[in-house]
Design a protein around this ligand. Structure first.
Ligand SMILES: Cc1cc2nc3c(=O)[nH]c(=O)nc-3n(C[C@H](O)[C@H](O)[C@H](O)COP(=O)(O)OP(=O)(O)OC[C@H]3O[C@@H](n4cnc5c(N)ncnc54)[C@H](O)[C@@H]3O)c2cc1C
Ligand SMILES: NC(=O)c1ccc[n+]([C@@H]2O[C@H](COP(=O)([O-])OP(=O)(O)OC[C@H]3O[C@@H](n4cnc5c(N)ncnc54)[C@H](OP(=O)(O)O)[C@@H]3O)[C@@H](O)[C@H]2O)c1
Length: 440
């Protein structure tokens, strides 16, 4: 297994519980990945002020609730402690090899995988669980804005934003309308001299609370079909929050639920206080000036590009597997359709939280490894992949940030059905159909 973030540990717990033999390699010196502020792995995207935006109850693992003493939206250090406690509670810390990078993986000549690690060893494994995260490799604006090479201010990506001191007393332009942009613009509104939020498209900004409860526990029921649930949500937002244009933000060019949600309990307040100025997209940079597409200009000491992340597997040769434009072809978002024993848990962007999803994926992976679960035919897998991609393309705003979207509860139900179907397939194998897989 590659990675002991919140996804890796959920899968590790499932394998450990089944008595499946495994090694989990972790670059850092502790579990929790992204949620470890200043993680020794050097790739965590967290910043001092980061809090979860999916509520505690939405995010926790089903069999290990977060402490009731935690607030509804805890800070990164609470979350990292929670993941640490999970590993001790289920007793598999000794299966994690800390401070050890997986450097290269290639398919073995007789099946399985040859895995070279940072300690100089190459080991053979029958199965590979890839849980290296997908929010650590910065996606800078593509192409770069004209003049960015000679711009005299500083340009950073949200990934490199760690502390409010980076903003103090400066004229700051924050680009993007995702959750990183919201948090960093709010921090800047308190610490910078002047804050501009620039965006190429609008978003529906969802507050953290509605009717006095965390919004992801108080909105319309998850099991409603999207075409009923999202219009209700859009109307709820209109009545509770008002129109985005009332805050000086651009009108979203899409319906609610057709873009990854932007959640912020604070940005609207800061906009209402006039602490953040709104601009359209950046057109170009020159000297210490940022020019926007509406022809206006502003002085800037710092531009923070909150332009998202790339899905990257640095340990695979590109011709074996890469995610060009964030696209990866996986059956049910987690099974490689051609390579037996290759699993990608957590490689989803849920409307909801990743952790309960990874927990359920862990059960499927454990089942597949110990032979209780069988995949369908290659043709069936390819059909499912094509259908899912087509559905996603139809629903979501065209953007590299929308290639692995799932609705948490819907996807969890899909996984439960897949588990049942895979167990039935394993119990009655069909001749000529790819059966997963190897024993532990
Ligand atoms: C700023 C920010 C805030 C977020 N907030 C939320 C939120 O509120 N709710 C939510 O559900 N999601 C949130 N997310 C999404 C986030 O991806 C998940 O919360 C979670 O971190 C996913 O866990 P993971 O284990 O898949 O990935 P990660 O947390 O990135 O963990 C991957 C692990 O793999 C290790 N690793 C990577 N490469 C190697 C290698 N080659 N060898 C060995 N080890 C390796 C890393 O060291 C790391 O420990 C947020 C993301 C960001 C960037
Ligand atoms: N817990 C929290 O509070 C929290 C905080 C930060 C991040 N997160 C999570 O971390 C993940 C990443 O979030 P993120 O905000 O960093 O990235 P993101 O969701 O991918 O958003 C990227 C933003 O940048 C814009 N963008 C991309 N390229 C651009 C370009 N060339 N020019 C102008 N705009 C461009 C996108 O616009 P388009 O829509 O037009 O592509 C989008 O608004 C998400 O899962 C998010 O929920 C959570």
């Amino acid at each position: 297994m590659i990675g002991a973030g919140s996804t890796g540990i959920a899968v590790a717990k499932a394998l450990h519980g089944r008595g499946i033999d495994f090694d989990c390699f972790e670059l850092g010196d502790r579990v929790g990945g992204n949620w470890v502020f200043q993680n020794s792995n050097g790739v965590s995207s967290s910043y001092r002020s980061l809090h979860i935006n999916t509520s505690r109850e939405r995010m926790e693992y089903s069999d290990f609730p977060m402490p009731k003493s935690y607030p509804d939206f805890p800070r990164h250090d609470h979350i990292a402690e929670y993941f640490d406690a999970y590993v001790d509670h289920f007793g598999f810390r000794d299966r994690i090899i800390f401070g050890t990078a997986v450097e290269h993986v290639e398919p073995g000549t007789d099946g399985g995988f040859e895995v070279r690690t940072g300690d100089g060893e190459t080991r053979h494994y029958e199965s590979l669980v890839v849980a290296n995260g997908h929010h650590w490799d910065p996606r800078w604006p593509e192409p770069a804005f004209p003049g960015s090479e000679t711009f005299e201010g500083e340009q950073i990506h949200a990934h490199d934003y760690k502390h409010e001191s980076q903003l103090a007393g400066r004229d700051v332009v924050v680009l993007g309308m995702g959750n990183s942009a919201m948090d960093i613009a709010v921090d800047a509104s308190y610490h910078a001299e002047h804050t501009i939020l620039a965006a190429r498209r609008g978003a529906y900004i969802v507050p953290k609370y509605i009717f006095g409860r965390p919004i992801d526990r108080a909105g319309p029921a998850d099991n409603l079909p999207p075409k009923i649930r999202f219009p209700i949500m859009e109307r709820l937002l209109k009545t509770q929050v008002g129109k985005m244009t009332d805050y000086g933000l651009p009108e979203p060019d899409h319906k609610f639920g057709h873009a990854h949600p932007t959640v912020s309990g604070r940005i609207l307040d800061r906009l209402a206080h006039g602490a953040i100025e709104v601009k359209p997209n950046i057109a170009s940079l020159e000297g210490e000036t940022v020019r926007f597409v509406d022809g206006t200009e502003a002085h800037a000491d710092l531009v923070v590009y909150c332009t998202g992340y790339k899905i990257t597997f640095p340990f695979f040769d590109e011709d074996f597997l890469s995610a060009k434009d964030n696209e990866v072809r996986l059956y049910r978002r987690m099974f490689h359709p051609e390579m037996t024993g290759l699993y990608f848990p957590g490689l989803v962007q849920p409307l909801g939280a990743i952790m309960p999803v990874a927990e359920r994926q862990g059960v499927l992976i454990a089942d597949a490894i110990d032979g209780r679960f069988a995949l369908p035919s290659r043709a069936e897998m390819e059909r499912e992949i094509d259908a899912t991609r087509a559905e996603m393309k139809k629903r979501y705003v065209a953007s590299k940030r929308h290639t692995i979207q799932v609705d948490q509860e819907h996807y969890m139900r899909e996984l439960a059905k897949e588990l049942k179907a895979g167990r039935e397939r394993a119990a009655t194998p069909i001749p000529g159909v790819a059966v997963s897989t190897t024993s532990g």
